[in-house]
Structure formats: structure tokens, C-alpha cells
Design a binder for this molecule. Structure first.
Ligand SMILES: Cc1cc2nc3c(=O)[nH]c(=O)nc-3n(C[C@H](O)[C@H](O)[C@H](O)COP(=O)(O)OP(=O)(O)OC[C@H]3O[C@@H](n4cnc5c(N)ncnc54)[C@H](O)[C@@H]3O)c2cc1C
Length: 255
């Protein structure tokens, strides 16, 4: 028998930078979410999907700390012509939604991360998974051994980066935060891979990995990690979308 959907109410929506919104949802009394950092929900937007009775549903990482299970936040990028992300940004406070979850076996795995350094590698809106992980109970003792690299596109503006640094990384003292902007609009698969190769060949070694964002880039990095003998069981990956961008080499600039 299918599990009945859960319910959440939109309490507030705050723009962060020009392209993102931070949503806060409340849950019915005595209905804790029981999630751990890095997991996601599947939200029913309420929009018709075209087929009889079907609604558009999208996955979103739970952005808030797992120390509070009675409410949750989502950080959502408005995707150009994206149906759900733009619809949500117009919803009024007080709107009720149905959802399922939490989902995400890898993030829920209690044996990950194991000892040693952790590299969180995010592109674009994949930052949500990285922040959710470092804000989780299980990362409490690990933040001093964690590097968070974030490949930015033109949609992640400086005020979003500052907000992430000050409001979300600030508490997780010890995390080495490296937002990196390509000189073009977006990172191509090639330029992202060559940056990742440089990073992994020229410094610290890592025992745990979590990759999130553009699946085309993440697949290449995961394959590269495997060629270096890194076990698949230490590499978590959450592909938010898959997009090829022109294959051209771009110089990087740290921000
Ligand atoms: C496990 C998981 C967790 C996710 N968590 C988040 C999250 O925390 N925050 C968040 O903003 N999104 C997240 N996403 C993406 C989200 O589920 C939707 O895909 C996104 O909001 C776009 O939906 P839409 O209906 O607006 O766009 P659609 O109408 O479905 O159109 C999306 C189109 O835009 C393209 N696209 C280009 N750039 C992006 C991009 N950066 N993200 C998504 N699609 C893009 C897609 O390839 C696709 O062709 C997650 C996805 C997964 C699978």
C-alpha cells in the first residue's frame, strides 16, 4: 500500500541574491521529519503535470539543520523557464503542500563519512547538499577536516556567496570554503574536470567525497576519482540536473 503524502505549510520566503529563494515550512504538530543532513524531499507543487490527475513533483534537499525536525528550509534556484521553481517563488505564505521523504540513502548512511578528510564538491544549486551535510549532527566533529569547493555559474551572484559564507558556513568553523567562478557564464564539463584534477593532484588527500549539482560534471569527476583508486562506497553523489555547456577551456578565479 502506498504511503500517504505528508503535509507542510509555507511560512516564509526570502530572496537570497537575485536567483535564489529560501523557503521555510512548518509541519503539523507531532509530525517530525526525521531526516539527516544531505537528504531530500519530493515536493508536490500542486501544478498539473498534463496527465489526468498527475501533479508536477520535484526533489529538493532539506537545507536546514537536522537538529530541528519540526520545521524545514529549502534553498531553491529559479531555473529559466522552470515550471516548479518559478511557481514556488510566487506562492503565498500559508500555502499547504504535500511531499514525500526524507529520501537519500547515501546521506543517511551512518558509516559515512569515515575518518580522514572530506571533500564536498558542488556546482550551481548543488550547494544545498553540501551545506545540509556540514550542518548535520554527524558532521559536528568533522568540520575541521572538510573542504567545500563550489563551482559558480552566473546565477550564483556575490550576495548569495556572501550569505552562504556568513550565515551558513560561519557557524561551521573550520570548513575550508572555496567558491570558484569560471570566467565564462558557466563551467564546462572539461574545465570543471581539469580544475578537479588539479585540486586532487596538488594538495590534500581525501577519504570521503560528496558531489552535488550538474550530473554531467559529477559523473566525470566520479570516474576520475575511481581511476585514482578511490572506492565508490566513499563517493556520494546527488545529480540535480544534467547539462552540457560548451567545451572550451576557461581560466578560474576564486572569489
Ligand atoms: C535529489 C535532488 C535534490 C535537489 N535539490 C535541489 C535544491 O535543494 N535546490 C534547487 O534549486 N534544486 C534542487 N534540485 C533540482 C529540482 O528538483 C528541480 O529540477 C529544479 O527546481 C527545476 O525544476 P523546474 O520545474 O523549475 O524546472 P523544469 O521545468 O523541470 O526545467 C528544468 C530544466 O532546466 C534545466 N536546468 C538548468 N539548470 C538547472 C539547475 N541549476 N537546476 C535544475 N535544473 C536546471 C534542467 O536540465 C531542465 O532541462 C534537486 C534535484 C534532485 C534530483
Amino acid at each position: 500500500m502506498a504511503t500517504p503524502p505528508k503535509k507542510a505549510t509555507l511560512e516564509s520566503k526570502i530572496p537570497i541574491g537575485s536567483g535564489y529563494d529560501l523557503y521555510s515550512f512548518s509541519l503539523p504538530k507531532d509530525s517530525p521529519l526525521n531526516f539527516c543532513g544531505g537528504q531530500y524531499i519530493i515536493l508536490n507543487s500542486g501544478l498539473d503535470a498534463g496527465e489526468e490527475g498527475k501533479k508536477l513533483k520535484r526533489a529538493y534537499t532539506i537545507f536546514s539543520k537536522d537538529s530541528d525536525q519540526n520545521r524545514f528550509e529549502l534553498l531553491i534556484r529559479k531555473v529559466h523557464q522552470g515550471r516548479v521553481s518559478n511557481h514556488l517563488s510566487e506562492c503565498q505564505n500559508g500555502t499547504d503542500f504535500e511531499f514525500s521523504g526524507p529520501w537519500g540513502k547515501f546521506a543517511g548512511n551512518e558509516t559515512w563519512p569515515n575518518s580522514g578528510k572530506t571533500l564536498l564538491f558542488a556546482t550551481d544549486n548543488g550547494i544545498s547538499s553540501a551545506i545540509s551535510l556540514i550542518s548535520s549532527g554527524k558532521f559536528k566533529e568533522r568540520v575541521d577536516f572538510t573542504k567545500l569547493v563550489w563551482l559558480l555559474s552566473e546565477h550564483e551572484d556575490p550576495s548569495l556567496v556572501d550569505w552562504i559564507r556568513e550565515e551558513r558556513i560561519g557557524n561551521a568553523t573550520g570548513v575550508e570554503f572555496v567558491p570558484v567562478r569560471s570566467t565564462g557564464d558557466s563551467w564546462s564539463v572539461d574545465s570543471a574536470l581539469s580544475f578537479a584534477r588539479w585540486l586532487l593532484n596538488s594538495g590534500d588527500s581525501y577519504s570521503n567525497f560528496f558531489l552535488s549539482g550538474n550530473g554531467r560534471i559529477l559523473d566525470e569527476i566520479a570516474s576520475f576519482l575511481e581511476t585514482k583508486g578511490i572506492g565508490r562506497d566513499t563517493i556520494g553523489s546527488e545529480s540535480y540536473f544534467r547539462q552540457d555547456v560548451p567545451k572550451e577551456d576557461r581560466t578560474r578565479t576564486e572569489v
